[in-house]
Design a protein around this ligand. Structure first.
Ligand code: TXA
Ligand code: MG
Length: 325
């Protein structure tokens, strides 16, 4: 069973665990990650095995600085501008890998590109002390809800990992926004913790969307973030026995008959809703509850990432079971 250390006492223990080629679950500002030495193939294999994640789905390499990022990948001017604007923070950039590669090929699933980000807080301090990149997907079993607390990591992976660093509830609550620049055009591969309009303000032009060409993030198309209960989006009422994931001050008809209700943000604040999303989906995923009805959530700003995660939670469960991240 994993040992849990508070983040202000965890650095030397986490370093020793990583240097031994083991995995460490740790807080980032988005969600908890399952980290290992990105240069050590056996350590990276442990990530895939622990999560039961298919090996064709590449991992994000987390770095401590733009310098460390530039030692691993070549930056075009647009990616450089985004890195300078948003790092450290919840932006992941997909970039051409430099040779000789500073990450094991398992991290990139053999792709010629690598996904990079500089996280905030403990994760960044640990990477700086470690002196090299850490591969870290979200610290959940493949296809399940991403953890936003040490307790959620413990419940899912606790029996399979040696160490969990406890940094409390994560600040952002949804994973990083993933962007790839193709010939000067920035493409949104995954909406996330930085809202698209904030990126567009830095770019001075719109982000491209959709997945034309070979640019999909492999985890994107699948059933993902799946609770055990079915998920019913844009609900206009609650069927008796369903749980209700509410948003804002007004309730849909039948709310009083819900088996249980959680409100993402009674005030209708999308940042608060993102922070609460995964923990509340978990809380509503109760035995005997057949489905979770979800009230409509505006699609603007962080609402894009929230609706993206909810849509994948609601996707047919056989639509790509192997692809969850
Ligand atoms: O906020 C986050 O991004 C969290 C924390 C722990 O940093 N990490 C995270 O990792 O969400 P993960 O593995 O759950 O999601 C990484 C996504 C996957 O959809 C993967 O397919 C995509 O990034 N990805 C990784 N490398 C890629 C590449 N070279 N090209 C396209 N997509 C890539
Ligand atoms: Mg994930």
């Amino acid at each position: 069973m994993a040992e849990i250390f508070p983040e202000d006492q965890a650095l030397s223990r986490a370093l020793a665990t990583l240097r031994a080629g083991e995995v460490v679950a740790l807080p980032t500002e988005t969600v908890y990650g399952l980290a290992a030495d990105a240069a050590n193939g056996e350590a990276v294999v442990r990530i895939f095995e622990t999560k039961r994640r298919p090996r064709f789905n590449p991992l994000i390499a987390h770095v401590a600085s733009l310098d460390m990022a530039q030692s691993l990948a070549s930056f075009d001017p647009v990616s450089l501008r985004l890195a300078e604007a948003f790092w450290p923070g919840p932006l992941t950039l997909v970039l051409p890998l430099r040779e000789p590669a500073g990450v094991h090929p398992l991290v990139t699933a053999g792709l010629p590109t690598v996904a990079l980000r500089v996280p905030r807080g403990f994760a960044r301090d640990l990477i700086a002390a470690f002196g090299g990149p850490l591969a870290a997907p979200s610290a959940n079993s493949s296809g399940r809800i991403s953890p936003t607390s040490a307790a959620a990591v413990m419940a899912d992976l606790g029996s399979r990992i040696p160490l969990i660093v406890d940094g409390g509830r994560t600040l952002v609550g949804v994973e990083s926004t993933i962007v790839k620049v193709n010939d000067g055009e920035a493409v949104l591969l995954r909406p996330g913790g930085i809202a698209a309009p904030d990126i567009e303000r830095v770019l001075g032009r719109p982000l491209h969307r959709g997945t034309h060409g070979a640019i999909a993030a492999p985890g994107m198309m699948a059933s993902h973030y799946a609770p055990r209960a079915a998920v019913r989006l844009h609900a206009s009422d609650v069927v008796p026995g369903e749980a209700l994931l509410a948003f804002g001050p007004r309730r849909i008809p039948g709310a009083e008959g819900a088996a249980r209700m959680e409100n993402l943000s009674p005030a209708g604040d999308l940042g608060e809703a993102a922070r609460n999303l995964f923990a509340m989906m978990n809380a509503l995923d109760l035995p005997g509850v057949p489905a979770i009805a979800v009230e409509p959530i505006p699609a603007e700003g962080l609402g894009e990432a929230i609706n993206d995660r909810l849509a994948r939670a609601a996707a047919p469960r056989d639509a790509g079971l192997a692809q969850g991240a």
